[in-house]
Design a protein. Sequence first.
Length: 340
Amino acid sequence: MPLFHRANLILPGLALTSAVALFAYAGERVEIGILGGKWIESLVLAIALGIVVCTIKPLKPALRPGIDFSAKILLEIAIVLLGASISLSAISGAGVWLIGGIAVVVVLSIAATYTIGRLLGLPPKLATLIACGNSICGNSAIVAVAPVIEAGSEEIAAALAFTAVLGIAAVFLLPLLYFHAGMSVPQYGVLAGLTVYAVPQVLAATAPVSILAVQTGTLVKLVRVLMLGPVIFLLGVITKTETAGADSRTGRRHSLVPWFICGFLGLMALRSFGLIPDGLVAPMALISNILTVIAMAALGLSVNIRSVAHAGGRVITAATLSLLTLGVISYGLIAILQIQ
C-alpha cells in the first residue's frame, strides 16, 4: 500500500485519539489547579474519556485504522523511549542484599498475584497485567506489558482503572501505618518503595514522614522499576514461544523477542553507560508520555464498557489482595535484612 494512501487512512483516527489525549491533559491540569496534584493520571483519564466517546456514539469504520495505529505502533514507540529514563547507575548505593531482596519480592508478588487472579476467575492476560502493575510500577508496567502479552483493550482498561484507584488509596493509608505501627523511618521508606506504584506517589506517601523516608523510598522504588526490563523480556520470550508453538503447523515465523523490547533494553543500556546526553532524557520521557496517553485514548475508544464493568468486582478484589500480599512479603524482607 502506498505510503500516502496509508497515511490518509490513519489520519482521521489519529486525529481523534490525539484530541481525546489533549482533553485528558487538560483534565489533569484542572486536577492540579484544584487539588494541588494529579491524583488521576492523564493516561487513566484518556482511557476513561475514550470509553465515554465510544459509548455515546458508535465510531465510524474509517476511524479504525488510525485508532489501531495509535494503540499499537505509538504505544510500542513509547515503550522504547521509556527505556531512556531508567539507569542502572541510579541504584548503585542500594547494596547488593537490598537489590537482591527487592528482585525476590517482585518475583514472589507477581507469582502470588497471578495465582490470586486466576483463582478469582480472571483471564490469564488480565491476571498478568494486574500482577505486573502491582508488583513493579503500576500504570507504567501495565502499559509496557500489555503489548508484550497481546492483551485486549478491555483487559488493559480494567487493569489500569482499578489499579489507579488502589494506588491512590495506598498513598493515603501508608502514612497512617507509619504513625500507628511503630515503624522506624528507614523501615517505612523501604515499605513505601516496595508497595506504592509510581515514583510521584512514593514521594507523596513518604514526604509527611521525613526526608530520609523520601530518599529511602525513592531509591527502593528505582530498583523496583528496573525489574520492568527483565520481566517484559521474559514475558516476551514466553508469549512468542507459545505463539510459535501454536502456529508451527502453518509455517508462520515469529521473532522470539518483540522489537520494542529490544529497543527498550537498548536505550536502558545506553542510559546506564552514560551514552545518552542528560539533556535528551527529559524530552524523550515527555515524548514517551505523550505517545502513551494517545495510545491509551485509542484503547479507550476500543473498549466495550460492559466488559470492563463485568470484571470490576473480581479485578478490584484481586488488586486489593495483591497489594496486601505485597505488603506482607515486603515486611518479610525488612525483617530478613534486619533494617532498623
